[in-house]
Design a protein around this ligand. Structure first.
Ligand code: SF4
Length: 200
């Protein structure tokens, strides 16, 4: 959550867009694909309540801390509303209690919701796919050319090192191209390889 908070602030302060995937909703309602996960509820931050897919309005809104000490908001619906609800099984597994939502603070909640909605779009997938090329260049620079270690003191010399490293990478790639050396395949962990062979 701290990372999401930091990213959200950076986006606002620097006027940049951070393009990357965010974790999906891990609730059983989302996994069931028939349940009412968080995005099915409308949150009214000004009036501090939420409205459920059946149009019921929550009865309480309290600041709490999660298991890691991060601030969250706990929103509880009315027990009689949930007891009489015809779609209750899609909303809560509790036999007697009403539905309770746990919300992150508003800026984080909105950043996460925006990120989750965005990552399903074609535009996001096309733009994020460009990163694969950048990642492979970074990986080569780090693993083969020691890009993470500054060999000299001072920004000017470090910058020169980066330029020389980039030039060396280009020469190395040109050499591989002329010698018809094939591009390396994506590495697979031993566990993944074992798992795949066990399935086949
Ligand atoms: S169980 Fe309660 S919160 Fe869920 S949809 Fe029904 S009335 Fe709304």
């Amino acid at each position: 959550m701290l990372m999401l908070n930091t990213c959200s602030k950076r986006e606002t302060q620097l006027g940049i867009e951070l393009l990357g995937p965010v974790p999906p909703d891990s609730s059983w309602q989302e996994k069931a694909k028939l349940g009412f996960e968080l995005s099915c509820f409308t949150v009214d931050w000004d009036h501090r309540h939420a409205t459920c897919p059946q149009g019921r309005i929550s009865k309480s809104w309290h600041q709490r801390s999660d298991n890691y000490g991060n601030p969250v908001i706990q929103v509880r619906f009315r027990r009689p509303d949930c007891a009489a609800c015809p779609v209750r099984s899609q909303c809560t597994h509790s036999p007697a209690q009403a539905r309770v939502l746990t919300l992150k603070p508003q800026p984080l909640y909105e950043a996460l919701a925006k990120g989750r909605a965005r990552q399903h779009t074609l535009d996001f997938k096309q733009r994020y796919a460009l990163r694969a090329g950048v990642e492979s260049s970074l990986s080569q620079g780090i693993r083969v050319f020691g890009l993470r270690d500054a060999r000299y003191m001072g920004l000017a010399k470090t910058r020169l090192q980066h330029i020389m490293t980039a030039a060396a990478m280009n020469l190395s790639r040109m050499w591989a191209f002329w010698r018809n050396i094939p591009i390396g395949l994506t590495r697979v962990s031993r566990f993944s390889a074992l798992f795949t062979s066990a399935l086949s």
